[in-house]
Every structure is written in C-alpha cells, then in structure tokens.
Write a protein that binds this ligand. Sequence first.
Ligand SMILES: [Zn+2]
Length: 167
Amino acid sequence: MVTTTRRIEEKGQRTPRSKDTYAGERVGHGGSCYCDCGAVFENKRWHYAGKEASVRGGQRLVCPACRRTAERNPAGIVSLSGGFLTVHLPEIDRLLRKMADEALTKNPLNRVMEIRHNGLDGITVTTTQVKLAQKIGREVFKSFGGELQYHWSRGEELVRVQWFRQP
Ligand SMILES: [Zn+2]
C-alpha cells in the first residue's frame, strides 16, 4: 500500500522559497569549480569527478550538497522500520548503499547524506534532494513489499518517506 500526504506547514508565516534552496544558487565567476567531495561544476552543470576533481583546477568551493550536509538540512528523510528489517538487514543495507553510489556518480547534488542504523528503531536515510528519497522508498517497496508513505511539508521542499514491514 502506498499513501501520500501533502501538508502545508508554517501557514501565513512562510517566506517564499524555491523548490531547492541550495541547488538554485549561482556558481560564481562562470568558470569551472570543484568541491572536495569530488563534485565538479563545468559547462554550467555539476557532475562527479571523484578524486580527480581537484586535479582539474578551477575555483575550490563547497558544493550545495556538502553545504546541506554540513547544515544538517536534508531535503528527504527515509525511515525504514518493522521486524522484517532486522531479519533482512544485509540485503536492505546493500540496496541502500548501491543506490547511494549510483546517485552520487549520476548527479553529485542529488545524493545520500547519511545511512544511519538505529538498532531496533530501524534505518534512517537522509538525502540532499526530495527525488532521491522518493526513489529509495519506491525501490525498497518494490524489492521487499511492505507499506510506503510519503509526507510532504515546507511547500514540498521536504519529504518524509516511511517504509514499514512486519516480519
Ligand atoms: Zn561537495
């Protein structure tokens, strides 16, 4: 079962925001830039260059994804819980890490910030963009069944994805 909830928070007091506050920022000087995480800004777009990022030269900066991580401000929060998880932890963890690697190399701004194991409380995955959180929820649901819910807030700038399955 998949449920979606859309909710407007901070009604009335809200300051207008773009869909992604961080990614919308301009990169200065029009030239190429790199971040220590391996993200490179070239030809007006970000891509992943890994360890070679600094070798390419250009201006060193902190990319939007690293700033989100430093400010502990995820755009997506995926919570996985239920007894099924404790029994199938290795497979689920493998899927999460594979998705994290793929996301980073595809688009370094759309990536996993942290995969945190909370013991019996399950796993929490934080992401820098809402799309990746939705995708992770969808993949876990597709592979392992269970129940999936999306909760939107902050004018759809933040999504909480909850997945649950009993043993
Ligand atoms: Zn970075």
